[in-house]
Design a protein around this ligand. Sequence first.
Ligand code: HAM
Length: 423
Amino acid sequence: MIKGIRGAPDILPDETGKWQALETVARDVLDRYGYAEIRTPIFERTELFIRGIGEATDIVEKEMYTFEDRGGESLTLRPEATASLMRSFAEHNLAAKSSLVKLYLIGPMFRHERPQSGRFRQFHQVDVEAIGSPGSAVDAEVVALLHHLLEAWGLRGVELHVNSIGDPACRPRYREAFLAYLGGYRDALCPDCHVRMTKNPLRVLDCKQPGCRAVAATAPTLSGYLCDACRDHFAAVRGLLDGLKIGYEVNERLVRGLDYYTRTTFEFLNPALGSQNAVAGGGRYDGLVEELGGPPTPSIGFAIGEERILTSLAAQAEAAETPPITGVYVATAGPVDLRVAMELTQTLRRKGLRSALDLEGRSLKGQMRQANKDRFRYSLILGADELARGQVTLKDMVGGAQHEIPLAEAADRLTHLPEREIA
Ligand code: HAM
């Protein structure tokens, strides 16, 4: 039987409802902000992505699904939506409709990346673009919209990182200073970063290799090189976000993987997701349309990874269903007077803690297994020798650490552990 392609999963009938719900909420929120849907083909001329995304990016260099069609033309399955959307915007002169055009696109994207948790070869984005205005107010509203969308889906615990990567006036100065700095640390950089130094040096800033991270940590920062116009723009965006009470962290290493960005860049991360933890990312791209041969069209947008939103929501729901790890299990090791264990357990319960002891004469190993299964946070192990000295062993069932404490103090000590440790 012929199988499907790795990294391009089917979305089965019992999953499609979640996708529909996600997209219904997205459309509803986007409509409230004045965005209209656009649908472009899933393939374009290869040249569009090379020029739009940038020749020296990982996407263009290694990840595109490019093929020659029967007419001998080089076509590529879209690895992202912004270049296609802007191609269509310029081709159909949509600028004529308004000075600020708000569009969104929902659909599959294709990147030949190594499949892993949260990373697919066919994945889906909700892509949002505010086209035509250079103003910082648009940046703030776009970030607020993304924040609103994540909230409307019920996503919790995400972090917003923002940065300004400057523009063609100031970034080259930074690039030069950064390269000069990197030159002194060549040996500490990974082979990929050696290539990045010649092709796309700023990408060294977000290399995950420990050696490269250490070099990046002490590098000159972009903020020190921004021209006045970029610095003012970024300050205005942050001021508006502060006014909206949207929390963020300025992350000077946030440089993004596509070449079209200017000034504001941002990402929402879900730390609970592991290594592929960006649920959405975007930024301003004031030069892209010109790069494609169109008129100056300052714009900003973002794309959300639908798979990563659904995975985040599923993990949240699972965590909510799993009972918390609380309370104290009283265990006995060897021939111990059961009355001592029973009395201690009753005292703990009277003091308000969830507690249990072994009533079936199990081995210590069996008791520990039971304590873990029943999600106890601590266990108190009563051994004959220790008891003779008036001591018991307190074991942290999460961290595994254990130490002796006086039996007489055990119940009090456990009830006075901070809530977050016992709960
Ligand atoms: P991006 O950061 O390449 O930006 O992708 C945006 C989001 O798509 C990521 O944060 C992630 O959630 C999801 N994503 C990317 N690659 C994969 C993958 N292989 N598997 C699963 N999910 C993935 C862009 O695509 C820009 N076009 C965003 C933008 C719009 N900038 C301005 N306007």
